[in-house]
Design a protein around this ligand. Structure first.
Ligand code: ADP
Length: 606
């Protein structure tokens, strides 16, 4: 790293809620230096236009509304988005637009950012939005990388950045092994606090530790310990509804004694009556201001890696995984990765491995993999087992013998691999230690950004192969490297591909948008749907869940219209449009995203 230009240091967690803990200063600094060394475009360019106004709002009306909001929550807590847009990087991410822009950087932007400091101030913002008919778009930390960052779906919305002033860990209950957090608490912050209190508890973290614990869970993100399903491990929410009212879900709906919080709020999820929490995940039905989570008891753990020689082993590997996953012998949410990612996770650019601009050919991957610790193989499985030493040994025996049926498979422990091998990072993430290693993906290309394509398949070889084959064919057609990672839960796998493109190239952006469009459509024809997607593809993905004449969307719209009659809260998020937007051409279907790149717009032509 010595040849790289040193960048200004990333913010520390002690100075900013979105900052980095001191144990990772050096790693973060190196990651930043490396990333910026691959950047060929300027940090920002002059804005082409002034503030992007909300729909159907004149500048005068907007100014009056903003002045009122400043009076309501304080001058400093409302900031116009009229300065040059800076993409920054993971630890210094913008809250004004999507740093990984697919359409033009200035197209998917907010008009201003509001920073409420309490649930009460969130209510104030919501009431203000209803009064002035201006759409608002809540974010917690706003990282959401690969899914749209902080960009509101409707350009000109007000981003409500909850994390900046609402970032307290409200409670850690060591006896109940649970916590309650506000939106601005990152995995880094929660982990550091558990360590500071010397509690024998684990948190669960995604691959990158800078996201919001609350934001990730309501967007149904995953981590990798046995408690990796974040939404399934939440317990209780406090929500501001689009009409400004506050709702507590679960046992929080019952008052505690003498005005205290209910003592079972973080112990029992559903309480009495319909279990309503689910409708506040991946939706635009409320702003979540507090959320409870279960924590895991610290335990012994052992990570391992298994390699498989042949591309064609793929369905057999999945078949071997299924009984292990369903019987819960696999300890966590393990990952099956294509070997190309052994090259990628080194943090070296594609040009280090291959001089061409086409997708890296199979024989080149093979040649380089042969020189790496994984050896010449095609698939790599990363797992972790938990418990005491004896039970881990028993589990590993069962796993080894299950995979031994695949000829040529090889089993590695971290002690078999060099100190800088990726397995050591996985061992940390799989024991709840938030890190940054996965940032190295972005060194693959200059000015790299990425989109996730994330369909769900049954844990069955034949199904996984259909999705994989579609990916192979379409990545080739659109000229992108294919990086599949399968995150395995019991009966299903999240098949996640990370599509890396150069932000400075409209050609690459058009191709990546075309690739996404075709991937969504083709996998849906086979019956496979995405669990999460970038805001620009929400309409298309939502449209694939159309059984019985779109019964699900009609149900969602009924709830939306009842809760948010003025349609102010995150219109279009997850493809759910309030009635005042429907039928006006807001939906991004067909090739509209591609057409918007390089001078078009995602707003309807009125
Ligand atoms: P992270 O930083 O953890 O990646 P974000 O804060 O970007 O997560 O949240 C992901 C998405 O979830 C946001 O774009 C937003 O649409 C939604 N979201 C986040 N926080 C809230 C919240 N507190 N209430 C309602 N929706 C939210």
């Amino acid at each position: 790293m010595e040849n790289l230009k040193r960048q200004p240091p990333p913010p520390a967690l002690t100075e900013r809620h979105s900052g980095i803990p001191s144990r990772l200063y050096g790693i973060a600094q190196e990651a930043k230096n490396r990333l910026y060394s691959n950047k060929t475009v300027p940090e920002s360019v002059p804005r082409r236009a002034d503030v992007r106004l909300p729909p159907d709002t004149t500048r005068d009306e907007f100014d009056i509304a903003i002045a009122a909001l400043k009076r309501d929550i304080g001058d400093d807590n409302v900031v116009l988005n009229n300065q040059p847009l800076v993409d920054g990087w993971y630890l210094e991410h913008p809250n004004t637009h999507d740093a990984f822009h697919v359409v033009d950087q200035e197209d998917l932007v907010c008009s201003a950012v509001a920073y409420p400091g309490s649930t009460g101030e969130v209510q104030v913002v919501v009431r203000w939005a209803n009064k002035y008919a201006i759409p608002i778009y809540p974010i917690s930390m706003g990282r959401n990388v690969g899914y749209g960052g902080t960009a509101p779906r409707v350009p000109g919305s007000i981003v409500v950045d909850l994390g900046k002033r609402m970032n307290k860990i409200l409670n850690i209950d060591a006896e109940n092994a649970s916590c309650v957090v506000e939106p601005g608490v990152s995995y880094f912050a929660l982990y550091e606090e558990v360590q500071r209190r010397k509690l024998p508890l684990w948190i669960d973290t995604p691959d990158l530790g800078g996201g919001s614990v609350l934001g990730n869970a309501i967007d149904r993100g995953v981590g990798y310990t046995p408690m990796g399903d974040h939404f399934a491990c939440h317990c209780g929410m406090e929500i501001v509804l689009p009409n400004g009212e506050i709702l507590r879900t679960g046992m929080g709906a019952m008052p505690g004694k003498n005005g205290a919080d209910n003592p079972t709020w973080q112990s029992f999820q559903p309480a009495y009556g319909p279990y309503s929490d689910g409708i506040f995940s991946q939706s635009n039905f409320g702003i979540v201001c507090q959320m409870g989570f279960w924590l895991m008891h610290e335990t012994g753990h052992q990570s391992y890696m298994i390699t498989f020689p042949s591309e064609e082993d793929f369905p057999d590997i999945v078949e071997a995984i299924r009984p292990l996953a369903q019987k819960r012998i696999l300890g966590n949410i393990p990952q099956l990765r294509h070997v190309v990612q052994e090259l990628n996770v080194t943090g070296l650019p594609k040009s280090h491995w291959y001089a061409g601009s086409s997708p890296i050919p199979r024989d080149i991957i093979q040649k380089h993999a042969a020189q790496l610790p994984c050896g010449d193989c095609s698939w790599v499985f990363y797992g972790t087992q938990y418990g005491d030493e004896t039970s881990i040994e028993t589990q590993l025996d069962i796993i080894r013998s299950a995979f031994a049926n695949i000829p040529g498979s090889r089993f590695f422990l971290p002690s078999d691999l060099p100190d800088d091998h990726y397995i050591h990072s996985r061992a940390l993430v799989c024991s709840g230690v938030p890190i940054l290693r996965e940032l190295d993906w972005l060194n693959w290309k200059p000015n790299a950004a990425h989109l996730f394509f994330s369909p769900i398949t049954p844990t069955r070889g034949a199904d996984a192969k259909i999705v994989h084959d579609i990916n192979i064919r379409l990545h080739k057609k659109y000229g992108f490297d294919l990086f599949p990672t399968l995150c395995v839960a019991g009966r299903e796998m999240h098949y996640i591909t990370n599509i890396i493109y150069d932000r400075s190239s409209n050609d690459e952006k058009r191709r990546v948008a075309g690739l996404m469009r075709e991937l969504i459509a083709e996998t849906a024809r086979e019956g496979y749907g995405e669990y999460r997607t970038h805001v620009l593809f929400a309409d298309q993905v939502a449209g694939t869940y159309n059984w019985n004449n779109n019964a699900l969307m009609r149900f969602n719209e009924t709830i939306k219209d009842a809760l948010d009659p003025n349609g102010i809260l995150a219109p279009g998020r997850n493809g759910i449009w309030p009635k005042n937007y429907r039928g006006k051409g807001w939906e991004l279907l067909g090739d509209r995203v591609e057409k918007a790149i390089g001078g078009g717009t995602i707003s309807p032509k009125l």
